[in-house]
Structure formats: C-alpha cells, structure tokens
Design a protein around this ligand. Structure first.
Ligand code: PLP
Length: 359
C-alpha cells in the first residue's frame, strides 16, 4: 500500500494515525462487536463519542460556556442559509466579499433580506484582503459576515474585521483548527469539516447563546440553531461516523500540543513553499504578500500548457490534486493540518527539478 501526498483543497488529507485507528475499530468498536456506523445514535457508546468530541473541541478552541457547539448536517452551503435564517431580525446584513464562498453566502442571504457587500476584492480576482478597519455598516444591520481563509484564492484575514459592535459571523472552513481563535470576537464561527477536520457533509457551528432562538418565519426545524442546541445535536440521527472521525482528529491535535503547536507547524510548512516561490524564476504566487494563506497556496507559471504539464508530472510523482480551482486555473497546494512537512519538502524539491528541466 502506498499513500500519496494529497494536496486536495477538500475533501482533503486526514491524519494517517486517525485513519489507521478507525480501520482497526471498523468491525468491532471497543468490544461492541459492531462498527460506529452500525450503532444506535441513542446508545451510551455513541453519546460518549459525541460528548468527548464536543469536550475536546471546546478545549482546543477555548470555547466559553456561553457558546454552543453544534454538529450540523449539510456542510458549508447549509450554513450560508442558516446564518441569515437565524440572525436576520431586521432583514439587513453586511458581507465582506473576498471570494466565491463569501459571494455565495451573500447570494443566499439575499433570498431573505437586504444584503450589501461592504468590502470586496473582486476587482483583482480576490488576490488580496480589503481594508476592513472602518466599514460602513448600517446601524440596523443584523450582522457582518466574512470568510476568514479563502480556499480558492489563497488569501487569509490576518486581522479580524472591525464589526463596530455588530454580530460578527465567520466562515472558517478552510482554516478550522489550524490556528487559535479568539471565540469571543464572533457571534457565530462555523466551519465545514471536510477541509481540515473530517469527512464531508457536516459543519460545526460555535454560536453565542443569546443569538439562538429567533428565526425568520417559516424556517425549517432542521435549519434552526435552536433545534441542535436544545437537543445536544441529537434531534434526529446525526452524521455519527463523521462525528466519530472528527473526535479522533481533535484528539490527534491535542496530542500534538493544541492549536498553538498546530499553527507553528502550519507556518513552517507554508514558509517552505512561499520561500521557494519567492526565489523561483518559473513559478509565482499571485496573492498580495501580507494576505497570503497558510493553508492554501496558489501558484502559476504564467503558461497554461506548462501548468497542465506540471500537474500531470507531479501526479505521476505521487503529489496529487495540485490543480487550481476550475474557476482560476494554475496550481494550488492545500497544506492542511494533516499534511506532513515531508510532503511540502517533496513538493518543493519536485518544483525545483521541474523548473530546471523547463528552463
Ligand atoms: C469548501 C468551502 C465551502 C463550501 O462547503 P460545502 O460543504 O461544499 O458546502 C464554504 N466555505 C469555504 C471557506 C470553503 O472552503
């Protein structure tokens, strides 16, 4: 069996230790004689898995007691709808548009109310983070929304936007648990788990308690944060196996030393690749330097045919999923928590050899 170095943006690489452990427990979880997939979600065994996962997540992120941690089916796009459905009392919201995911979130919210882009970097193909220190936020706006790490374009907010006292909502899908967060800066912090935490199809939302309760009229039961909060994410059958894998990933991060240790590792990995890009005569990174993402590193040769050749040859060398998003082209290496430094070193070595060959 040979595992590749998988640079996919999502679903993405998971820690090998976690996959091995899950494989060992596949047929017989802790002497139950069944897989977690086959277990009642009302069993004590599963309740323990869920409770431990929530506890470890809270510890890792330092979630205060007045925030709920909710495990919600449906991934990112369901959160695009849940945020406005649960927060839009005045039917007004402000969005910072730094990429396709923020734009789609805005478009979804526009189904329910009066939504504005108060800042955008669309003018330069989302290659930078706009200044968000003094945004024109309406006095009766329900919230300010932003996407912290822009998976497709390879940018990240190094400074939290100034919400001027309004509720701040963040999509942290592609930087989830990669760095420490100050949870109290946010009303809602949510992430789809398939980028950095677990299998696809689920989001974890950290929601301040006072924001839970009022929804727009007609909001479906399963799209109310209250449903998840009141029933400990067990109103209906939850994505049990997904929660189980996420729980293992939380423990893996704790064993490494938590989010500060994770951040250090991630910054070292990204520096390896950016340092190479900065001296390369063939490859370049199209993002404004101070806004570079630590998780998703984009690069181009400036020649689409050569980009294609690079991606093909890299694949043959065991470096997979380096093709950029279909809307932007070029290349993208996603360096999530579970990507070992060795994988990034192999990529850099391969790029240097490719550059030499093509020069
Ligand atoms: C992938 C991604 C999404 C979309 O997630 P789905 O689970 O496919 O709906 C949203 N936001 C960000 C930042 C992402 O990277």
């Amino acid at each position: 069996m040979a595992r590749v170095f998988n640079f996919s943006a999502g679903p993405a690489v998971l820690p090998e230790e976690v996959l091995r452990e899950a494989a060992e427990e596949m047929l017989d979880y802790k002497g139950t004689g069944m897989s977690v997939m086959e277990m009642s979600h009302r069993s004590k065994m599963f309740q323990d898995i869920l409770d431990d996962a929530e506890q470890d997540f809270r510890e890792l992120l330092g979630v205060p007691a007045n925030y709920k941690v909710l495990f919600i089916q449906g991934g990112g796009h369901v959160q695009f709808a849940m945020v406005p459905l649960n927060l839009m009392k005045n039917r007004k919201a402000e969005y910072i548009v730094t990429g396709q995911w923020a734009k789609k979130a805005l478009q979804e919210a526009a189904l329910y109310g009066d939504v504005r882009a108060v800042a955008s970097s669309e003018d330069k193909v989302y290659s930078y983070i706009p200044d968000c220190t003094d945004l024109s936020i309406r006095a009766d706006a329900d919230y300010l929304y932003f996407c912290k790490n822009n998976t497709i374009y390879g940018t990240v907010f190094h400074e939290t936007p100034n919400a001027k006292g309004k509720t701040l909502v963040a999509d942290v899908s592609s930087c989830f648990l990669s760095v420490p967060e100050k949870v109290t800066d946010y009303g809602i912090l949510w992430g789809g788990v398939q980028k950095n935490v677990g299998p696809a199809g689920m989001a974890i939302a950290v929601v301040r308690e006072d924001l839970i309760g009022d929804c727009l009229p007609g909001t479906p039961t399963m799209l109310r944060y209250e449903t998840y909060a009141a029933h400990g994410s067990l109103y209906n059958t939850p994505p049990c196996y997904n929660i189980y894998i996420c729980g293992k990933v939380f423990r893996w991060i704790k064993e490494i030393g938590g989010l500060a240790a994770m951040q250090k590792r991630n910054e070292e990995k990204a520096a390896l690749l950016y340092d190479f890009l900065d001296q390369s005569k063939l490859f370049s990174n199209p993002v404004r330097r101070e806004d570079r993402s630590v998780m998703n590193v984009t690069f181009v040769t400036g020649n689409a045919a050569l980009d294609k050749k690079f991606v093909e040859e890299a694949k043959a060398a065991g470096l997979e999923n380096l093709k950029g998003h279909r809307t932007v082209g070029g290349m993208r290496a996603s360096l999530y928590n579970a990507m070992p430094k060795e994988g990034v070193q192999r990529l850099v070595d391969f790029m240097a050899a490719f550059e030499k060959r093509e020069a």
